[in-house]
Design a protein around this ligand. Sequence first.
Ligand code: NAD
Length: 267
Amino acid sequence: MSAASFGGRTAIVTGAAGGIGNAIAGAFAAQGATVVIADLDGRAAERSAQQLAATGADVRGFATDVSDSRQVHSLTEFATSLRGSVDILVNNAAITTTEIIEDIDESAWRRVLDVNLTGPFLCAKAVLPQMRRQRYGKIVNIASVAAKRISFNSGASYTASKAGLVAFTRHLAYEAAPDGINVNAVCPGPVLTPMMESVSDSTALAQRRNEIPAGRISVPDDQAGVVLFLASDAASMVHGQAVDVDGGALLGWTDTASYFVRRGAPR
Ligand code: NAD
């Protein structure tokens, strides 16, 4: 990919005020895309956009709750107003619960599904008509290796939402492919983000590292690289895939005792 691989393209990256989304936004911006950082935390979105814009990139912040269809509609209108179209959508925003199933509030369960699964549906629905009209579009959903096994750091709500997102990716890919739209998912394993470091002490981090055949926990740029590949023309024949970016962690992990300790229910 050259420095201007995404020149003339407009990308929306949700939940991109920090963490993995921010690295994705920065990577698209570095390759010439106009990027909209859409985040529930509008101030943080604006701050992150200004930081990236200071490097000469065209990046805007926009306060959006992806679970609210009206806000998603405003986001799409804003992004379209910049250069006339939205070409790339990265559904990255997500939340979680960490409790064991009996302790998850019904409202918290519903909120996780609203943000992690209904959010990507609403965002995709909002951009699809114009992607179909222009016969070009790239949608990348950030799922998790939790979609294929269970989450170690998060609870069942998160696992269910991410498995749903992978299934949604497949179905959306099938419906969108005839109009030149690629839809795929990335499934990160553990990623060193501020959130991850805040819930893991050094012992837990060392343990995670031991479970990764590649010998290190991934960083946000590892994820961003694969997202950019899936959004590039090099991947134009890739549809409906969920690509693990986990250093081989899914090849085998199991630690039941520390799973329960983490949820305050040791056995
Ligand atoms: P993070 O918590 O650092 O960032 C998530 C962002 O989403 C935040 O900026 C938050 O404000 C925003 N957000 C929350 N609710 C929102 C809503 N309703 N509307 C819009 N924005 C909202 O998370 P992260 O660690 O960078 O994770 C990014 C993605 O990667 C998520 O989809 C997550 O599930 C996935 N993932 C992360 C890891 C990891 O180890 N960090 C592993 C696997 C998958």
